[in-house]
Ligand binder design. Structure first.
Ligand code: ADP
Length: 467
């Protein structure tokens, strides 16, 4: 399987899982919201019925007659209700009086039963098919054949006299029952509307989640894919870099093996070539290992305060011999105050020595290299400036890439592995700094390492010196 298809499959899998998880979260929360809305609507509707029943109950109860046959009195109290077994032509204004503020007053009906459960009176808008005998359950929901549902509330009524007579035998404590009901048509229509919204909205939301999860998984895979490609490129470059000196080394060894006896005096020179190639391989491998250990940040001790004045001074002194051999004028400029940064001394040595080595290598005979140190705005700067061949602006973004060389032939000649600046940049990043280059072809180069400084101490100076 090639890398691209592996990443495509991983992206698909990531998108699938993301969409799946989001789908489950969406459905659970959608269902939860639906249930909560339905329950609160239902509770509000029951509260409304109860409040109407309560109002009616309180206003009617004091007027109720004690009589077992209250027809005449009921007609006086409830002129708007139809009496059971009698012709009905009343208009439903009573229920309207008690349902002020309710948007659809015709949805409510009222019924009165005696204590035996026989229907005494009812509002004209009651569903005609309702049973004339009482169902004593406080709440009841029923459905008509056409699918319309009704919800009704039954409460007990006491007459004023019944309260007094409650302790007497054969006298019922209740006068009868008041029943308030309503159609659930608006409620069911609202439920249906919410279900439709969910039924249409949910697949659309899922589709959007699927599309966005594909896009997001692409975004998530992008840096991994890039790093995978870089890794592949790095492996290919490393193999290429290792192959060239190895091939040349093997060729030299083979030539030595097949050298006629008459040419034996050439052997020491050829062995030198072998040694040079072997050393180059060894440097390359050491650089590769060092870069890998830097990136893995493994086995690293905690940062320590490092004095940059000492570091720059020591390195200038170290490179002095090389500079003299290369006929380069190497100088340093170190401030009187000690400048400290937090870091690993050995890594910082490696960083600055790579820059100085490059400056000397890429500066023609008679040129100069200046290493300077200063600090400002909570940052310290180590500058390595040369009067060398310079780097074209188009090349500058690439010189920090591993194995990249502007002039590979010249670079190989100088023994460069193409890893020097990559190592320098990695060390700078690890020290929370940044490395910048200013250069132009034939104008020389200026490499500046900016590092967050730790402290400035007053004196401690090492005298600047020059080659
Ligand atoms: P190398 O080991 O080849 O020097 P580096 O990573 O140190 O590799 O540098 C990468 C490339 O950047 C070099 O091949 C060289 O062309 C260019 N370069 C680095 N430093 C300088 C400099 N001071 N002047 C001119 N070119 C430079």
């Amino acid at each position: 399987m090639n890398g691209y298809s592996l990443f495509r499959r991983s992206r698909l899998r990531l998108a699938f899982w993301y969409a799946g998880v989001m789908g489950v979260i969406l459905s659970v929360s959608g269902f939860g919201i639906y249930r909560a809305v339905m329950q609160s609507n239902w509770a509000a509707m029951e509260r409304e019925i109860e409040s109407i029943a309560g109002t009616l109950h309180d206003s009617v109860e004091p007027l109720l007659p004690a009589s077992e046959a209250p027809t005449a009195v009921l007609r006086q109290i409830f002129p708007d209700l139809c009496l059971s077994e009698q012709p009905c032509n009343a208009t439903p204004t009573l229920i309207q009086r008690h349902t002020i503020g309710i948007s659809d007053r015709s949805t409510y009906y009222i019924r009165l039963f005696n204590h035996q459960g026989n229907l005494l009176a009812f509002s004209p808008n009651q569903p005609p098919w309702l049973s004339k005998t009482l169902d004593r359950a406080p709440w009841k929901t029923f459905r008509r054949a056409n699918g319309i549902r009704y919800h009704q509330f039954t409460t007990i009524l006491h007459s004023a006299n019944a309260h007094h007579q409650a302790n007497e035998p054969n006298v019922h404590s209740s006068w009868g029952y008041l029943q308030i009901g309503r159609t659930l048509e608006p409620f069911d229509a609202e439920t249906k509307r919410i279900r439709w919204i969910l039924a249409i909205g949910f697949p659309i939301a899922l589709l959007l989640v699927a599309v966005s999860s594909w896009w997001l998984s692409g975004l998530a895979m992008q840096p991994i894919y890039q790093s995978y490609q870089q890794q592949q490129q790095f492996t290919a470059n490393a193999a290429h870099e290792l192959r060239s000196p190895l091939a040349s080394l093997l060729a030299t060894v083979e030539a030595i093996l097949h050298l006629p006896l008459s040419h034996q005096h050439d052997v020491p020179m050829m062995l030198h070539t072998v040694e040079r190639q072997g050393r180059r391989l060894s440097y390359l491998i050491a650089d590769l290992l060092f870069l890998t250990s830097l990136e893995q940040n493994s086995g690293v001790k905690p940062f320590q305060p490092c004095c940059l004045n000492d570091l720059v001074s020591d390195l200038t002194e170290e490179f002095l011999e090389f500079a003299i051999a290369s006929e380069i004028h190497l100088t340093n400029q170190i401030p009187t105050q000690s400048i400290y940064v937090l870091g690993h001394e050995s890594q910082l040595y490696r960083l600055v020595s790579n820059l100085i080595a490059n400056a000397i290598q890429y500066t023609p005979v008679g040129g100069s290299v200046v290493v300077s140190l200063d600090s400002h705005d909570h940052m310290t700067s180590i500058r390595v400036q040369d009067t060398g061949i310079g780097i074209a602006p188009s090349e500058q973004p690439r010189i920090f890439d591993r194995f990249y060389r502007v002039e590979s032939d010249r670079s190989r000649k100088t023994g460069g592995t193409g890893l020097g600046l990559a190592i320098a940049q990695t060390i700078t990043y690890l020290h929370k700094g940044h490395l910048v280059v200013k250069s132009d072809t034939g104008q020389g180069s200026l490499f500046t390492v900016h590092l967050p400084y730790l402290q400035r101490y007053p004196v401690t100076t090492k005298a600047p010196f020059s080659s």
